[in-house]
Design a protein around this ligand. Structure first.
Ligand SMILES: C[S@@+](CC[C@H](N)C(=O)[O-])C[C@H]1O[C@@H](n2cnc3c(N)ncnc32)[C@H](O)[C@@H]1O
Length: 377
């Protein structure tokens, strides 16, 4: 479709098109939405509405399906189901007036199923909160069962509050230098405790949130990442903040530096992201259980390689934006290191075995685990 044809498409139509790309083609919500909004011709208010509809319907997909399925006897086709989800989300979660939600959404359905969509959405609109019954917490909170189970095993009574919090949009937290960064990430950067002129290696640095926070304090930061496209993000962020960071494309499994050449090394490792699910509406539907064990194996190797970069007496800080033990405290302490159990000076950290953990509902941040080590030999 050319730009002229897409200009001024009403908001719900744009939202539905984006949803279909996400649901049917497996497109990433954050990648699909921007270009669609740009070519939509919609004003700012409508764009915000579309964003809320797309992210919200994606996040609450399972809950919407659970509500819809009470009123259908045979499975609707994919196109019709997408419209029903969009309608149910507006009615149950977004507080859109029932008349507008139903009438404006029904018109988006394929002609042959409009009557059916109308009937189902009217029933959904009449459901009161008291009549909402859910087959499981996974359906109510709209997560795959394995994620609910994983959180229960890892967090016990904190599982449901953590999952509930991750269904809410994150607050925007801005650092003193204007960089927008979740507070829990700021706490990890602070926990490096880098002093001016110290040499610090950030092994997995892109897009540069923690590297720039550390450099702001005057440390000499080397920021690496293995993907050149992401390395450019670190360069851009460093330039915007007028910082002098040495940015390198480098595989953290084979760091291109002499051993023992840094006072502190931060390994903010690639992880399942189970603590940061509020940031990516579709992430919960993408992550698989097997990802956790694969990532844990990679993290272990990155930890060993990173440890070699630390000078005797220096610090190694390991962090992940997930809450699982397998991706954090189950990693062996690198040879020649001891755990530093001094409580971090900044942040709402809970002790978690040899490390520290932040839960999303403690201070409205992402969930995070951090372990600090010191090189003894
Ligand atoms: C959690 S993100 C880092 C976020 C970053 N520290 C920040 O605060 O902005 C993990 C990063 O690890 C990078 N990564 C994954 N495998 C890597 C490897 N083998 N070597 C270096 N970087 C890697 C990914 O490209 C990704 O940018």
């Amino acid at each position: 479709m050319n730009d002229a044809a897409t200009v001024n498409r009403p908001a719900r139509r744009v939202a539905l098109d984006a949803l279909r790309r996400i649901e049917d083609d497996g497109a990433y919500a954050n990648l699909v939405l921007g270009p669609m909004l740009s070519s939509s011709g919609l004003g700012d208010m409508d764009r915000r509405f579309v964003t809320e509809l797309v992210y919200g319907t994606t996040r609450m997909r399972r809950a919407c399906d659970s509500i819809i399925d009470r009123f259908v006897t045979s499975a609707p086709d994919d196109a019709t189901r997408s419209v029903l989800r969009l309608g149910a989300y507006q009615l149950v979660f977004a507080g859109v007036a029932p008349h507008a939600a139903v009438s404006e959404t029904v018109g988006l359905a394929p002609k042959r199923t409009r009557g059916f969509v109308n009937a189902v959405l009217r029933k959904v609109a009449r459901l009161s909160a008291a009549e909402m019954s859910w087959p499981s917490d996974g359906a109510r909170l709209s997560y795959p069962d394995w994620i609910v189970e994983t959180f229960r095993e890892e967090l016990g009574d904190d599982a449901i509050p953590a999952l509930e919090r991750m269904n809410q949009a994150p607050p925007v937290s801005e650092r003193a230098d204007g960089y927008v960064q979740d507070e829990s990430s700021q706490w990890v950067a602070a926990a490096v405790e880098a002093t001016a002129a110290e040499r610090v290696l950030d092994v997995c640095a892109a897009p540069g949130g923690k590297a720039t926070a550390i450099a702001t304090g005057g440390a000499l930061v080397v920021a690496g990442d293995h993907r050149s496209g992401r390395v450019r993000l670190v360069q851009e962020n460093s330039r915007k903040l007028d910082l002098d960071i040495a940015v390198v494309a480098a595989d953290g499994l084979m760091p291109p530096f002499p051993p023992e050449s840094f006072d502190a090394v931060l390994l903010d490792a690639p992880c399942s992201g189970l603590g940061a699910l509020r940031r990516r509406a579709d992430a919960r539907w993408r992550i698989q259980t097997k990802d956790i064990s694969e990532l844990a194996a990679l993290q272990g190797r990155l930890l060993t390689a990173s440890a070699e970069m630390v000078r005797p007496g220096g610090r190694l800080i390991y962090s992940v934006c997930t809450i699982t033990a397998a991706e954090s405290v189950e990693h062996a302490t690198p040879a020649g290191f001891e755990v530093d159990q001094t409580p971090p000076a900044t942040g709402t950290w809970r002790p978690f075995r040899q490390g520290w953990r932040v839960l999303p509902h403690d201070a409205d941040t992402d969930g995070m685990v951090m372990i600090r080590y010191r090189r003894t030999t």
